[in-house]
Design a protein around this ligand. Structure first.
Ligand code: ATP
Ligand code: MG
Length: 416
């Protein structure tokens, strides 16, 4: 992408109406646009990051047999009344509206009930089980407070996976598989070392659910962790859970954290309240087991922005960066333009995403923007480098730049 063509611009002033660091940075660098509190649009740069995060999640969901689909944002009231979750006292984040004939509808804050209802049409016998489906879908929640930037939206992107099983044993086995897939996802996103599988308040079926919590000062939760023993407990169940896992509170250290994922078992609760069954081998009707697994995709992006930055801007890990290379072209001498244009084309041909700063602005501004946007590799093309038939390469995470020839440059970029 040529920067002269990109409609977004970086801005020097910190947005005054944002408290959260992630939102300040992402707005300044041109990744998100604030529409209102808790509601953000994603610009081309922001969308690329989201798509990269989604792709990692998608690959891991497909590996464990998840089938991708997409459910609707409008949901019928009757469906949620069947499980008692239409009531605002039970679910306090509903957005609701009415059709022109006064029929009430809800905006999707979750999809357990709609998924169960839809799958009940297809899952009839034990032969149809197990099945797992997932989607990337915009969830709407009327959150009381939305002050954490994209980490807590009133409209946000979630990946939700649902698995249906004939037996508890089968559900438990799959649940562990999903948990492992989640760990691989957070490893690949570069936050694996700081993300803990955490004992949290239970689903309907088990005493505890498991949250994936990432250590983060801007997070809203408090975790008690033991890095040696690799355990973490959410503050809200600390008394209980520490007793249960036989670890004394004094061995655990409190840290602030953000919930990036949550997995829990509903067991047969949903099937029973919705009257959904399958026919077993003996011809009897049995309730279906359900487990549900979420990842806050936009929240993950916010957490990464919070954690991977410095005083100059964002520092995206390579596998989710909106581009791998930032070409800073200094000046518009004919030769310089030719070399920079060629480099841009060759990088694109090699499948290396590139931001090409072809703007007529000062070098300092180009360097500042390369850092603010947080592209992993910066390559300078200037009259000096062209004269020497070299390129100046610098990693976002390094202080010093190096002069390299084209072959060396491509080797560095392709290997990493
Ligand atoms: P929280 O406790 O933060 O309100 P939750 O427990 O209500 O979250 P879940 O229903 O478990 O959230 O949703 C699955 C995942 O979606 C969460 O683990 C989180 O990563 C993400 N998420 C939930 N609410 C929001 C929100 N308002 N904005 C962004 N992401 C969210
Ligand atoms: Mg949760």
């Amino acid at each position: 992408m040529r920067l002269t063509k990109l409609f977004t611009k970086t801005r020097k002033e910190v947005p005054a109406d944002e408290a959260a660091h992630n939102a300040k940075l992402l707005i300044q660098a041109g990744f998100v646009h604030k529409v209102m509190a808790g509601v953000y649009a994603y610009t081309p740069l922001g969308l690329r990051v989201l798509e990269n995060i989604k792709q990692i999640i998608r690959e891991e969901m497909n590996t464990i047999g998840g089938q991708e689909l997409i459910m609707t944002s409008l949901q019928p009231k009757e469906l949620w009344e069947r499980t008692g979750r239409w009531d605002d006292k039970t679910v306090d984040v509903w957005f609701k509206s009415k059709l022109q004939d006064d029929t009430e509808v809800g905006f999707a804050w979750s999809h357990e009930e709609p998924i169960m209802d839809m799958l009940s049409e297809y899952v009839v016998s034990y032969k149809d089980l197990p099945v797992s489906v997932y989607q990337f879908q915009t969830k709407m929640r009327n959150e009381l407070r939305a002050k954490s930037g994209i980490m807590r939206g009133r409209e946000f992107l979630m990946k939700d996976l649902y698995s249906l099983h004939a037996t508890e044993e089968d559900m438990n086995k799959y649940y562990d598989k999903v948990s492992q897939a989640y760990s691989r996802i957070f490893d690949r996103l570069g936050i694996g070392d700081e993300t803990f599988v955490t004992f949290a308040a239970g689903g309907a079926f088990t005493k505890y659910s498991h949250e994936f919590q990432t250590i983060c000062d801007a997070g809203e939760d408090v975790l008690y962790i033991s890095k040696d023993k690799k355990v973490a407990v959410n503050e809200e169940v600390l008394q209980d859970a520490s007793k249960e896992i036989g670890i004394d509170k004094s061995e655990l250290t409190p840290v602030k954290s953000a919930e990036v994922g949550n997995i829990f078992k509903f067991g047969t609760e949903k099937a029973r309240s919705m009257g959904i069954t399958y026919t077993d081998k003996a011809g009897n009707q049995q309730p279906i087991y359900l487990a549900s697994y979420g990842i806050g995709v936009t929240r993950v992006m916010g957490v990464i922005a919070e954690k991977m930055c410095d005083d100059r801007g964002l520092v995206w890990p390579e596998n989710i960066a909106p581009a791998q290379v930032y070409i800073a072209r200094l000046g518009d001498d004919e030769e310089v333009v030719k070399v920079a244009d060629n480099l841009y084309e060759e990088l694109q041909k090699a499948g290396i995403e590139t931001l090409y700063d072809d703007r007529d602005v000062r070098p300092g501004e180009k360097f500042a923007d390369a850092d603010l946007i947080g592209i992993p590799h910066r390559v300078v093309v200037s009259p000096k480098t062209v004269k020497e038939d070299l390129f100046e390469h610098k990693k976002r995470t390094n202080k010093d730049a190096k002069l390299v020839n084209k072959k060396e440059l491509f080797k560095t970029l392709a290997c990493e």
